[in-house]
Ligand binder design. Structure first.
Ligand code: NAD
Length: 497
């Protein structure tokens, strides 16, 4: 059933002042209309920012453990609703239900982790260089945070930003992706039921215009962004000019290396999951497979057999292993990269390369693309260097680990990486030499855990890490306090030396 959905501002569900709306359909079935959502403009954003600014006055003074109680309750509600939420998320963004359940689980983990951290937002104390004086440093909330996200993890990714930001005493204006807006409203319902005061969390729907209005608003003090590198860089330069704090989680071109001494069956299972899980639409997806020449041919043959056997279908259908691509535009982009790959002399497409379900009435209603593998890829080809964000794997043959790491690093991105080997020395060398925010050993490039720092180097990030204890550095500022109880003026660096 299709619905008419609204923004969530100051605890109320309200229509956009712009009077415009956009439609949201199931990527597995274009006949399935989920509903319409507001195409918000600057006035809507201004209303949400005003509500968040007002709510900040009390929320920042609410004891952190009390804020944590609300987040814990949100975790309980997410847990209780996990199956229903997962199905709703699959309906609007496509990945199989077992994956959206994992997505909700990550939000649950983040809720509980953030709740616990509210009793532990530790500061520091350090000795003073003068007598009868005490030096302390505290984490302080910053104010209104603008959160802008991609669609591929519609519950986990926003939760990584929103829950820790709330734990620290900030308030939120959240713009979900226009490809997964319903999940944003579901998150608002969870936080409302958990008892979050009005105005602390606001949702405004829309696209570029709405996102830009959040970035431009002078009362939004922090921007937390997940999305493409081009958009992230544009946001960073605008926000930089306004002296705003910005945390960017952007694209990737991740690689898995397999050495001959590895457990090859495990490595095969790993690359299938890394490359074709979430239909390759993860920032951490394996889009390059770097294979040692001694195992190349045999490994590729097995990979083709396994890849061809993957069950493609609507994510709501039991047994589906790979769902649709998010939208027509992305489908065209993937097809274009396949065309580019096919034009390269040395590269050969050995699996897939086309839309799936041309002759299948059910699949024909959705944006399905076949698992696709290119072999004979060299490091400088566009399919080896540019983020495709689809089920396309480029296989590169190498003769040793040094060459493998050199090729893995030869990209503008630096998010995730993986090495399969049984050689402990090689593993430690890779950990040292790979340029990426995350390195997995005998694990695929996907599979982050909520309590560990998450993010990338080079074109993937701007030095911040979500997840774990490091996310609190994004959503707080340090306040240093000196307390002098000597009763006299003690001039630092002057009276004591
Ligand atoms: P996108 O950059 O097109 O959009 C991301 C968000 O930014 C959306 O909400 C969009 O409406 C908004 N937006 C677009 N233009 C804007 C502007 N000028 N100002 C403000 N907001 C704007 O990305 P996408 O297609 O939704 O997602 C795919 C990308 O996200 C891939 O590059 C993927 O690697 C990346 N991603 C990264 C991570 C990570 O943690 N590193 C996680 C998931 C996805």
């Amino acid at each position: 059933m299709a619905g008419t959905y609204h923004n969530f501002i100051d605890g109320e569900w309200i229509a956009s002042q712009s009077g415009r709306e956009f439609e949201n359909r199931n990527p597995a079935d274009s006949d399935d209309r989920i509903g319409t959502f507001p195409e918000s403009d600057r006035n809507d954003v201004a209303a949400a920012v005003a509500a968040a600014t007002e709510a900040y006055k009390e929320w920042r003074l609410t004891p952190a453990p009390k804020r944590g109680d609300i987040l814990r309750k949100a975790g309980d509600i997410l847990n209780r609703q996990k199956d229903d939420l997962a199905r709703a998320m699959t309906r609007e963004m496509g990945k199989p239900v077992f994956e959206t359940k994992g997505d909700v689980q990550e939000a649950i983990d983040t809720a509980y982790y953030s709740a616990t951290e509210t009793r532990r937002l530790f500061g520091y104390n350090a000795p003073s260089e003068m007598p009868n004086k005490m030096n302390l440093s505290f984490r302080m909330p910053i104010g209104v945070c603008g959160i802008i996200t991609a669609w591929n993890f519609p519950m986990a990714v926003p939760s990584w930003k929103i829950f820790p930001a709330l734990a620290c005493g900030n308030t939120i204006v959240y713009k979900p992706s226009e490809d997964a807006p319903h999940s944003g409203n579901l998150l608002a319902e969870v936080l409302e039921e958990a008892g979050l005061p009005k105005g602390v969390f606001n949702v405004v729907h829309g696209g570029v215009e709405c996102g830009e209005a959040i970035v431009d608003h002078p009362d939004v003090k922090v921007i937390g962004f997940t999305g493409s590198t081009d958009v992230g860089k544009a946001i960073a330069s605008k926000a930089g000019a306004m002296n705003k704090k910005v945390s960017l989680e952007m694209g990737g071109k991740n690689a898995q290396i397999v050495m001959p001494d590895a457990d090859l069956d495990l490595a095969l299972e790993g690359v299938l999951w890394g490359a074709f899980g979430t239909t390759g639409q993860r920032c951490t997806a394996t889009s390059r497979l770097i294979l040692h020449e001694d195992i190349h041919d045999d490994f590729v043959n097995k990979l083709i057999t396994k890849g061809a056997a993957l069950k493609i279908g609507p994510g709501l259908e039991e047994g589906t292993e790979m769902g649709p691509v998010i939208n027509e535009k992305q489908l065209d982009r993937i097809a274009e990269y396949v065309r580019i790959g096919r034009e390269e002399d040395e590269a050969t497409c050995v699996l897939g390369g086309d839309r799936a379900g041309e002759e299948d009435a059910k699949l024909g209603r959705g944006n399905f693309f076949l698992p696709t593998i290119f072999i004979g890829v060299t490091r400088d080809m566009r399919i080896a260097t540019e983020e495709i964000f689809g089920p396309v794997l480029s296989v590169i043959k190498v003769s040793d680990l040094t060459e493998a790491i050199d090729i893995l690093n030869d990209t503008e991105y630096g998010l995730s990486s993986s090495l399969y080997t049984a050689n402990v020395n090689d593993a430690f060398r890779a950990i040292r030499d790979i340029e990426a925010g995350i390195t997995y050993i005998n694990v695929p490039t996907i599979g982050a855990e909520a309590h560990m720092p998450f993010g990338g180097v080079k074109g993937t990030g701007n030095g911040h890490r979500e997840g774990g204890w490091t996310v609190f550095d994004i959503f707080t500022e340090w306040k240093t306090v000196y307390i002098d109880y000597s009763g006299s003026l003690q001039r630092a660096q002057i009276d004591n030396y």
